[in-house]
Design a protein around this ligand. Structure first.
Ligand SMILES: NC(=O)c1ccc[n+]([C@@H]2O[C@H](COP(=O)([O-])OP(=O)(O)OC[C@H]3O[C@@H](n4cnc5c(N)ncnc54)[C@H](OP(=O)(O)O)[C@@H]3O)[C@@H](O)[C@H]2O)c1
Length: 272
């Protein structure tokens, strides 16, 4: 992608905001332009130099309303930045947030903006391999969605979601999901240790297996069920394990229960 010279105010440039900026720098390198105001106490000077080197305009003096405000501070920091962000918001400004659990209604209320976008990225976004789901308020135009999808592209794939009420389950699946996968690597390593492998070897085997299986799924585009069947010979070792994992009290019901708990917690936090 290239960027069609939007003006952006980025509020918070830590892990997520920084990953976005790195992607925008590459986009500007390919063409177009960018005017970027960064509100962040410790903005990485390397990123600032790179922005400069690709010809982006950084922190223009007296920046007023911009095309899009991107909120990437921690949710608990959000109340303290609201007032200072208002100067970037005019009648045409789109407001986009990657903050976990902050509903669109809060963004509309605080900024008086009708065109708001709420995104749920996940941690692999830090290396451009995440999946970011977003929901747009009804006032958003097709151009708004296109711009937001372009801006989110550096984080990985982008998934539009039809209704905000579904963002709780999105949070429970892709937002929190990397933690479930890391836990899988941890418990697989622990099981390997119990079966006699040393700790380090167990962890290397387990984590490489999880990473390799994920990469295989991504690169072949095959559904996980197909890939699973490919490693499951009738009467073999994998089948012996899957008989346990797939049992009535196995992984399926356990994950349904876990996702349901995460979605319920997300709904609760959203109300707070
Ligand atoms: N990381 C993830 O995988 C992930 C996944 C889903 C959603 N999110 C959401 O993305 C948002 C950002 O997360 P993150 O992981 O990028 O957090 P982060 O690395 O802590 O980044 C937040 C940045 O905001 C800065 N900041 C603090 N106070 C500020 C202020 N008053 N004005 C402007 N900037 C301020 C922080 O600076 P200091 O460090 O100097 O305080 C930090 O650089 C969060 O709302 C989170 O819910 C993150």
């Amino acid at each position: 992608m290239s960027l069609d010279a939007p003006s952006i105010a980025l509020v918070g440039a830590g892990a997520m905001g920084g990953a976005l900026v790195r992607g925008w720098i590459e986009a500007v390198r390919r063409g177009g332009g960018l005017t970027l105001t960064v509100v962040e106490p410790n903005f990485d000077p390397t990123l600032e130099r790179e922005l400069d080197s690709v010809g982006a305009v950084i922190n223009p003096p007296d920046a007023g309303p911009v095309d899009i405000v991107v909120l990437a501070v921690k949710p608990q920091t959000f109340p303290s930045v609201v007032e200072s962000v208002k100067r970037f918001i005019g009648p045409e400004t789109l407001v986009m947030s990657v903050m976990a659990g902050v509903p669109m209604e809060t963004l509309t209320r605080e900024f008086g903006a009708q065109r708001v976008i709420r995104c749920v990225p996940n941690t692999p976004a830090r290396i451009g391999r995440g999946v970011t789901a977003y929901v747009a308020s009804p006032a958003c135009t097709a151009e708004d969605r296109q711009l937001v999808e372009q801006l989110l592209e550096p984080l990985g794939t982008v998934e539009p979601i039809a209704a905000e009420r579904l963002m709780d389950v999105v949070t429970a699946v892709s937002g929190s999901g990397p933690a479930y996968v890391f836990l899988l690597a941890e418990v697989l390593a622990a099981a390997a240790e119990q079966e006699g492998l040393d700790k380090d070897t167990a962890m290397r085997l387990a984590s490489r297996t999880v990473a390799g299986a994920g990469a295989l799924m991504l690169e072949t585009g095959e559904p996980p069920g197909t890939l699973r069947k490919q490693v499951t010979s009738p009467g073999g070792t994998t089948e012996a394990a899957l008989d346990i994992l797939g049992a009535g009290n196995g992984l399926g019901p356990l994950l349904r229960h876990a996702v349901s708990a995460a979605a319920a917690r997300s709904r609760q936090l959203g109300k707070g």
